[in-house]
Design a protein around this ligand. Sequence first.
Ligand code: HEM
Ligand SMILES: *[C@@H]1O[C@H](CO)[C@@H](O)[C@H](O)[C@H]1NC(C)=O
Ligand SMILES: *[C@@H]1O[C@H](CO)[C@@H](O)[C@H](O)[C@H]1NC(C)=O
Ligand SMILES: *[C@@H]1O[C@H](CO)[C@@H](O)[C@H](O)[C@H]1NC(C)=O
Ligand SMILES: *[C@@H]1O[C@H](CO)[C@@H](O)[C@H](O)[C@H]1NC(C)=O
Ligand SMILES: *[C@@H]1O[C@H](CO)[C@@H](O)[C@H](O)[C@H]1NC(C)=O
Ligand SMILES: *[C@@H]1O[C@H](CO)[C@@H](O)[C@H](O)[C@H]1NC(C)=O
Ligand SMILES: *[C@@H]1O[C@H](CO)[C@@H](O)[C@H](O)[C@H]1NC(C)=O
Ligand SMILES: *[C@@H]1O[C@H](CO)[C@@H](O)[C@H](O)[C@H]1NC(C)=O
Ligand SMILES: *[C@@H]1O[C@H](CO)[C@@H](O)[C@H](O)[C@H]1NC(C)=O
Ligand SMILES: *[C@@H]1O[C@H](CO)[C@@H](O)[C@H](O)[C@H]1NC(C)=O
Ligand SMILES: *[C@@H]1O[C@H](CO)[C@@H](O)[C@H](O)[C@H]1NC(C)=O
Ligand SMILES: *[C@@H]1O[C@H](CO)[C@@H](O)[C@H](O)[C@H]1NC(C)=O
Length: 551
Amino acid sequence: MFLLTLACFLLQVRGLNGQALDANGLDTNDISLDDKVLAIERLLLSPGTIIFPVTPCDFVLNAPLINNPDYTGDQTAAQWVRTVFHDFITANISAGTGGLDASISFEADRPENLGLVFNAATPNTTSFINATIVGFNLFSTVFVSTADFIALGLAASLLTCDPDARMIQLKAGRIDATKAGPIGVPKPQDGLSVAKAAFANAGFSQTDMIQAVACGHSLGGVHKLNFPEIVGNGVTVGGFGADHFDSTPFQFDNQNVKEYLDGSGQGGGPLVTTTNVTMQSDLRIFNNTDGNATIKAMSSATAFENTCFTIFERMLNTVPNGTHLSNVVGPRPWILMESHLDLTSAGVVVHSGNITNYIGSSTSIPATATYNYTLATGGTSATVKSQAGVLKDDHVNGVVSLPFGNITWYPFSDTITTNITAINLPFFSQAINLNLFVVPSQSCMSTSSPPSYTVRAALLTKLVASKTTTLLGTLYYPAVQPLSVAPKYTQVNTTLTSLTTLGAYTIFSGVVAQPNNGGGLSHIDVRLGTSQRSAKILASTFGGSFFKSGC
Ligand code: HEM
Ligand SMILES: *[C@@H]1O[C@H](CO)[C@@H](O)[C@H](O)[C@H]1NC(C)=O
Ligand SMILES: *[C@@H]1O[C@H](CO)[C@@H](O)[C@H](O)[C@H]1NC(C)=O
Ligand SMILES: *[C@@H]1O[C@H](CO)[C@@H](O)[C@H](O)[C@H]1NC(C)=O
Ligand SMILES: *[C@@H]1O[C@H](CO)[C@@H](O)[C@H](O)[C@H]1NC(C)=O
Ligand SMILES: *[C@@H]1O[C@H](CO)[C@@H](O)[C@H](O)[C@H]1NC(C)=O
Ligand SMILES: *[C@@H]1O[C@H](CO)[C@@H](O)[C@H](O)[C@H]1NC(C)=O
Ligand SMILES: *[C@@H]1O[C@H](CO)[C@@H](O)[C@H](O)[C@H]1NC(C)=O
Ligand SMILES: *[C@@H]1O[C@H](CO)[C@@H](O)[C@H](O)[C@H]1NC(C)=O
Ligand SMILES: *[C@@H]1O[C@H](CO)[C@@H](O)[C@H](O)[C@H]1NC(C)=O
Ligand SMILES: *[C@@H]1O[C@H](CO)[C@@H](O)[C@H](O)[C@H]1NC(C)=O
Ligand SMILES: *[C@@H]1O[C@H](CO)[C@@H](O)[C@H](O)[C@H]1NC(C)=O
Ligand SMILES: *[C@@H]1O[C@H](CO)[C@@H](O)[C@H](O)[C@H]1NC(C)=O
């Protein structure tokens, strides 16, 4: 099994490396598709990030947990899956608009987006949309759009809820809408023709619609708070609670289809069995469209899983015209989880960070990672060995979570004495610019809120034209945007002026204040005119930055 997976990676990785950084691949923040793919790989391979709110599958991020007496029937994984549907379904395929574009983040107040998230302060304005987006904000950076997070949320939910921990074919590069899209999420009471028209508008046939609904209605259920006319009092806890779509609401599987067809368990769920005929939308979709033919074809576990992954992938890939999506995210077995250049007080350049590897349990874990550097003069350095690998803690919310097998971190810290231009791991390579870089050990983030950053950068002195040479620093910060809880990554520029020299470098310094904080992490890069540009470095102290806290 593992060998097969690896063979697939090799094919994908070749594609990734061959991908040009073309105009379509760079967004307004000058982020390439390769950068976006790497950011998603890093999240998938950090168990404490995107995997954590949906692990285990019954976990609830923003409301009481299942064994709590105040449990309300919330399930974060189910909300994340449903969010994909509610964002996707208002696509207009012939106009080339909508789809997975995070316009849903502006649409939380619409009756069509009702869904439970317990909120004692506003009991009748419940919406699973804001809770979903706020969950993503915990890990948000300029590299991952909210629309890519919505897609990644489905991938993460399936990794933890599908017993096979199957990774969906996920691409990166979705661009966020800046305002609400059209209304049009079909509600149960809207009837079959409205549902058919909505799916057709989004490019989905009747067969696709049946498959999408059957796949979506495997996790979670219908909530008393939102649909009191469907959900009986018997299933509720203190007036809340959910009537599940099947007997295994915390497992992504074909149980809902089986129970619909043989009448056992939940009998296909409340949208089939409710005595209120108006609300029997799942029954109409499965039965009245093609007399159960499509649903029967997906009744085996294998057919269900394969059909669902294909239909979910089509939902994720429904994006506005002009959006350029990346190749499929592996994740690759070897990546740089974090790396940065720094200068010691003696002016020596140090390149350090962590290499990450994941590997199936049937293969032994290498004691060290091996890599080399591309030399500016051509060719590569001799092989370099990292420090000893450290097995990553695989416990998430009290359970073992290993969707990619054991993950090992290999720290490295190299004194750089020759001119290098890249670091190379197996099927992974990252450019290094020794001419110009942010110096994290001399930079800091203030303790005010929102913070300001003192940025110091090192430019090779031979590239400093005159005493008046300045650098342009850019802060990419998560700005508050009206009517959405999603941040909008926004730039603020600042000028860095020369301060002193250190070794072969001249140190430049500047201060940049973050205007507000819409939830997420900030990055900074520096430029010398149009000839030199540094890597973007994490400036927030949360999440492994090496900026000092407090200036
Ligand atoms: C005409 C089509 C559909 C209708 C009328 C419909 C209707 C509903 C309703 C009424 C609920 C209960 C919400 C609540 O009480 O919190 C629900 C839940 C859900 N729906 Fe759909 N749905 C449709 C299609 C889909 C599709 C295509 C997906 C696939 C992604 C999906 C995924 C979900 C999920 C995962 C839940 C459970 C949410 C939770 O437990 O919090 N639905 N749906
Ligand atoms: C979708 O776009 C087409 C072409 O612009 C338009 O004619 C049609 O009315 C749109 N559909 C909806 C439901 O808005
Ligand atoms: C959007 O793309 C589709 C498919 O490539 C094409 O049929 C349609 O004409 C495009 N619409 C616009 C407005 O560019
Ligand atoms: C919420 O709605 C329920 C019934 O729909 C109503 O009884 C209750 O008074 C409402 N609560 C508030 C705070 O508006
Ligand atoms: C489709 O399945 C449902 C639920 O099992 C059943 O009630 C209905 O009669 C079936 N329809 C056909 C045409 O067999
Ligand atoms: C059935 O549901 C519809 C739509 O929500 C509602 O208007 C109607 O009152 C319900 N009927 C009963 C008997 O609860
Ligand atoms: C299933 O669909 C058929 C054809 O539309 C209809 O005659 C039948 O009553 C439906 N069955 C149920 C249980 O709704
Ligand atoms: C590698 O990661 C570990 C764990 O997060 C961290 O403590 C360590 O400082 C990192 N090492 C380097 C060289 O960045
Ligand atoms: C993977 O990690 C677990 C502990 O979390 C360990 O028992 C197992 O032996 C590891 N597998 C390999 C191949 O080292
Ligand atoms: C390394 O080589 C590159 C390309 O020839 C050059 O731009 C750069 O200034 C050199 N760096 C150093 C530290 O000499
Ligand atoms: C450098 O590392 C890359 C990636 O592991 C490898 O393909 C290449 O063969 C190495 N170069 C040398 C000279 O060993
Ligand atoms: C969701 O958040 C947005 C932005 O703060 C707000 O405008 C909207 O009213 C919220 N909706 C709900 C249901 O919480
Ligand atoms: C920052 O500077 C860059 C490069 O000159 C420019 O493209 C960008 O628009 C500037 N941003 C702001 C917010 O002024």
